[in-house]
Design a protein around this ligand. Structure first.
Ligand SMILES: NC(=O)c1ccc[n+]([C@@H]2O[C@H](COP(=O)([O-])OP(=O)(O)OC[C@H]3O[C@@H](n4cnc5c(N)ncnc54)[C@H](OP(=O)(O)O)[C@@H]3O)[C@@H](O)[C@H]2O)c1
Length: 212
């Protein structure tokens, strides 16, 4: 069965998801973090791009400070050439980390002593596309997928129509044109559904469900 895909990210009022050079910025307030960690706790697997791991080093777990849960979701990384940093924190939990790579990737550099179990899925193309990723995750039994970025991954899944819900938290800051935009190169315009908007602390949340 096709998994249900929730895309979630946070940005500035001018739609930037990171500072100049891709440096991470904490856009979310406590109210938003409680929401994000609740969605993590309800997800089977959390997916990000290779740059997000190498730049931000997220743990991709549920932080009990924001939401109580014993569930450790699996993680997925899109990484065509297997250049992810294997010392990243995502690999330090007892769970599966599924890495989607391209046809030419060489897997001999994957360490064998990681706490997480690496599962490799190689696409027939040089880069794993979002359709391939979802088909494979579905075959592996994942039904609730959360996507947390970054820009290129968000762009791929949304522009290729492989999403069910998009949640964007807007923080009351401006980042300017050198900040990293939330969307990259794609065929535009991309039609979305009707957004639901709600206030969340000093920011606001935009939630769009496909087909509404
Ligand atoms: N504000 C937020 O909520 C939030 C959340 C997460 C990240 N971020 C920010 O996002 C920035 C990183 O974004 P990014 O665009 O540079 O990187 P990214 O989306 O994290 O990763 C992109 C990389 O993934 C690989 N990839 C493989 N298959 C892909 C596919 N089908 N579609 C897209 N990418 C694929 C590509 O590298 P290969 O060619 O090597 O495979 C690509 O360069 C960072 O600055 C981070 O701080 C912000």
């Amino acid at each position: 069965m096709k998994p249900y895909v929730k895309i979630n990210f946070a940005c500035s009022m001018d739609g930037r998801i990171a500072l100049r050079g891709g440096k991470a910025f904490k856009f979310s307030n406590n109210e938003d973090l409680a929401r994000v960690h609740r969605i993590r706790s309800e997800s089977d697997i959390i997916l990000v791009g290779r740059n997000t791991i190498n730049l931000d080093d997220p743990k991709l777990v549920v932080n009990e400070k924001y939401h109580k849960s014993d569930h450790i979701p699996d993680a997925a990384i899109l990484d065509s050439n297997l250049t992810v940093n294997y010392e990243a924190r995502v690999f330090t939990y007892p769970r599966k980390v599924v890495i989607f790579c391209g046809s030419g990737a060489k897997d001999e550099k994957i360490p064998v002593n990681l706490r997480s179990k690496i599962v490799l899925r190689k696409s027939e193309t040089s880069r794993p596309d979002s359709g391939f990723v979802l088909r494979e995750l579905g075959k592996m039994g994942y039904s609730r997928i959360m996507i947390e970025g970054g820009k290129s991954v968000i762009t791929s899944f949304i522009s290729e129509g492989n999403w069910d819900e998009i949640s964007i938290f807007y923080s009351p800051v401006m980042m300017g044109e050198e900040g990293i935009p939330m969307f990259g190169v794609a065929e535009y315009p991309i039609e979305l559904g009707t957004p639901e908007v709600s206030k969340l602390g000093k920011g606001f949340l935009v939630r769009i469900k496909k087909g509404l």
